[in-house]
Design a protein around this ligand. Structure first.
Ligand code: AP5
Ligand code: MG
Length: 214
């Protein structure tokens, strides 16, 4: 099964992608997580990505596409994968379509997790992230068992640098301008499915399962 998670920043793409990956035993590929791991390890890619990310801008396509194409051709992706945060621009989507076509393959679904902007701004301030294993919590709706500590790996939880309110506004602006057009792109390919992302995370997951098992 090959899936794309679409949705605004903070819509819950990562939360759902992790559940899907676990339930269907396929890798979860988050470009945001890959960039954050590179920033943490101070790599060349991380240094380049950080300036864009901290400003709420997209990392240039040329730094992003090759990275994902390499990743989806790794052994563990042979039964499928769930892409979270990629593609994010029409050129990225075209690069993905082309790379899969070369292998005689196509994506199965692009799932849009739909959440209105005002809802998103409220969510982001409460998000806490583990930079070690990528787990995500919310101080009110999805709290960790022990405050400030990751349930999965015991590392300290942080507020992401790009979750400051003014940066969130810029990320939303960039989303509407560059990423939202992908909804029509995948609608035209006949693989777009939308779910209401404003309900509790278990209910969002149930809607996604219904689509995948139809
Ligand atoms: P990325 O890491 O992908 O960030 P994003 O798209 O802005 O999305 P988020 O991770 O912020 O949100 P999410 O939808 O995963 O929501 P989450 O599940 O955490 O990218 C970061 C940056 O990297 C970009 O700005 C860009 O610079 C760069 N980048 C990445 N990919 C790129 C690409 N392809 N091209 C160019 N640049 C790229 O949930 C959010 C919060 O809500 C959490 O606290 C969660 O616990 C809570 N929550 C989730 N579901 C629910 C629910 N149903 N009810 C209540 N709360 C919920
Ligand atoms: Mg995410």
């Amino acid at each position: 099964m090959k899936l794309i998670m679409l949705g605004a920043p903070g819509a819950g793409k990562g939360t759902q992608a992790k559940q899907i990956a676990k339930a269907y035993a396929i890798p979860h590929i988050s470009t945001g997580d890959i960039f954050r791991a590179n920033i943490k390890n101070n790599t060349e890619l991380g240094k380049k990505a950080k300036t864009y990310m901290d400003a709420g801008q997209l990392v240039p396509d040329e730094l992003t596409c090759d990275l994902v194409m390499d990743r989806i051709h790794q052994e563990d992706c042979s039964n499928g994968f769930v892409l979270d945060g990629f593609p994010r621009t029409i050129p990225q989507a075209q690069a993905l379509t082309k790379a899969l076509e070369a292998d005689g393959e196509t994506m199965d679904y692009a799932i849009d997790v739909d959440v209105p902007d005002d809802n998103i701004v409220k969510r982001m301030g409460g998000r806490r992230a583990c930079l070690n294993c990528g787990a995500t919590y919310h101080v009110v709706s999805i709290p960790p068992k022990k405050e400030g500590i990751c349930d999965a790996c015991g590392s300290e939880l942080v507020l992401r640098d790009d979750d400051k309110p003014e940066t969130v506004q810029e990320r939303l602006r960039v989303y509407h301008e560059q990423t939202q057009p992908l909804i029509s792109y995948y609608e035209e390919q006949g693989i777009l499915r939308s779910v209401d992302g404003t309900v509790p995370m278990e209910a969002v997951f149930a809607s996604i399962q219904k689509i995948l098992e139809a």
